[in-house]
Design a protein around this ligand. Sequence first.
Ligand code: ZN
Length: 312
Amino acid sequence: MNRHKMTWATHRTAWRPQDAGAAPLEAHRRASDRTRTFLVLTLLGACALPFLPRQTLAQTAGEPDAVALSYEFLDLDDPRAMTDADGVPMLTFACFDEDDNLVWARPFASIDAWCRYTRNDPNLADRKTEQTGWAMSRGDEEIFWPLQALMYLCPAVRDTVAAIETRPLVFDRFARAWTAPHIEFTTGENLCHQPSGTVYWNPTLTRAYGAPVAWDTFPPLVGLAHELVHAWQRVVEYKQIYGPTLQIGAMKGENLARYAFYRKVPGNDWLRPRPGNRGVYLNGVLAAYFEDMEWSEWWPGFEPVLDIFEEQ
Ligand SMILES: [Zn+2]
């Protein structure tokens, strides 16, 4: 299973006494919390119960403190995916317990809507500073939460970011300075500054070349997934200078993210795998973009090709 698991306790019970003397106070606080919760639940009445997250119910029923929850976005064709009033599947975020049972599922109109919800959900946000991606986002929540969405959509990105964050600093030999690999916004092209592992991400960019092929258009987070592989190549593989061969790994990672959007985020049925870097060059001039391929022709091990140069 590659679903991301939160190994810490759930909210409201996450607090642990720092010393023995504090324990009775905490026990009292929890007891009064339960009493208050019981009263609230009673007032709400049984009709409201099915709409409360099961997680909350489990806690008020006095479950053990530490509950290892895991989360993921569901595939649109998953029978548990939520639907709108017309029966159309929606972006669905799901929470599972330790036994892989669905605890709750919530529909969202968009990734932006998910970000707004999640940054205010204590179970997902209270320990944000310890989560994968916080260091690379440098605490900028406008970057951190979209990155979280990308990592819940595409677990391979989580592995990539986690590996980068094992090294807080790298030495940029050109700037002759230690720098922290991180993500920052740009209004220009997506880019990884290879010597420092700095990712520049344009959250509005949806085209690479303005080419008349379907694969040239993509959700902005796909562009981020691509550049994060380059940062990984810098930090983990010591690739301090960009070279075309680095594109293969980055495009492979990009395609995993594309597939996740295709499978899980409504409105991306037009999205295609990236078949290669750009296209075929004849006498140094671009003669043709690589042709579109279908998902049925793609698999996670598929290696997009580099540009092809031909002489006449
Ligand atoms: Zn690249």
